[in-house]
Ligand binder design. Structure first.
Ligand code: FES
Length: 322
């Protein structure tokens, strides 16, 4: 991602602990001007530190122009982004962000079914507020591991759409488990389904819908934590830069992107999770081990490009068009 897309400076006006390991940040124009408008499902890119940009969904009411609100999950195992927001960003700080972008928009439809897992509640909450505001017919199902890890429960329970929202967490077994199969048992051409959360949660909801006969055109998702999976079986391999002939070893515990940037070979990254495609790089020789969600099956099979933020190699060497 070009840094030129990070065209806005905003001030952190409020930092709130919303739940265990989840902090929200309110962002406003430093001069009090209105912020660019956004629609439900939109996100902004946020520069965390040099070279590291993360994407966070906006979770305030999409009619608001005086602030953006994002919520960030602390992930100790991540490569610094989320932890950095929790520990390093304080009220009063300035942040560089992009204008809102929406890859997860609401389609106009008579009925809407929303599924949120954990921190995936952020765009779903924004959708619920938009749907409630327009008096649309919707239901929201919100799951988390425990009540303590569930953000925005009070806000939802105090809202005028609270009766449309169902909560599921392990501390409250009497509320029952989320039974996706029965909720989507009858495909309905007038209903669109939206799901956001950890990839396992998304996969479960989508595969259940597909098994019940829902067409893909009525299913919508946005991955929060990409498909990146570190495997204990990962092995080291070589990457070679075609233009210079330089060769570097990628050890099992580092990504190609990390090794290249340590050696002064710059690749732009954004999500670092195989979701956005920012880091896409052409492969001239060798076979990548694709671990992204950005390319489709056909593009993976072509093996002529890969995402160095998360993908690895099946061959001993990859020659990159850099
Ligand atoms: S940085 Fe997003 S796919 Fe690699």
């Amino acid at each position: 991602m070009s840094n030129s897309t990070l065209s806005l400076f905003v001030r952190v006006t409020k930092k709130t602990q919303e739940a265990e390991d989840i902090v929200s940040f309110e962002l406003a124009d430093p001069h009090g001007r209105p912020l660019p408008a956004f629609s439900a499902g939109a996100h902004v890119d946020v520069r965390i530190k040099d070279g590291l940009v993360r994407q966070y969904s906006l979770c305030n009411h999409p009619e608001e122009r005086d602030r953006y609100r994002i919520a960030v999950l602390r992930e100790p195992a991540s490569r610094g982004g989320s932890t950095g927001m929790h520990d390093d960003v304080q009220e009063g700080d300035l942040l560089q962000i992009s204008a809102p972008k929406n890859h997860f928009p609401l389609e106009p439809s008579p009925r809407t079914l929303l599924f949120a897992g954990g921190i995936g509640v952020t765009p779903i909450l924004c959708m619920a507020e938009r749907l409630a505001h327009t008096h649309a017919h919707f239901e929201m199902h919100y799951c988390a591991r425990s009540r303590d890890r569930m953000a925005f429960v009070d806000r939802i329970q105090q809202s005028d759409y609270a009766e449309h929202v169902h909560f599921y967490h392990d501390d409250q077994p009497e509320a029952g488990n989320l039974d996706v199969a029965s909720l989507v048992a009858e495909p309905d051409k007038d209903t669109h389904i939206y799901v956001c959360g950890p990839s396992g949660f998304i996969d479960h909801v989508l595969s259940t819908c597909k098994a019940q006969g829902w067409p893909a055109s009525q299913l919508h998702t946005e991955y929060f934590t990409g498909a990146v999976q570190d495997s204990e079986d990962d092995e080291s391999f070589e990457v070679k830069i075609a233009s210079s002939g330089a060769s570097f070893t990628v050890p099992k515990d580092k990504t190609v992107y990390e090794v290249l940037s340590e050696n002064g070979v710059e690749i732009m990254v954004s999500c670092e999770q195989g979701v956005c495609g920012t880091c896409l790089t052409r492969v001239l020789e060798g076979e990548p081990d694709h671990r992204d969600l950005y390319l489709d099956d056909e593009e993976h099979a072509a093996n002529d490009q890969f995402t160095p933020c998360c993908s690895r190699a099946k061959s001993k060497t990859l020659v990159l068009d850099l």
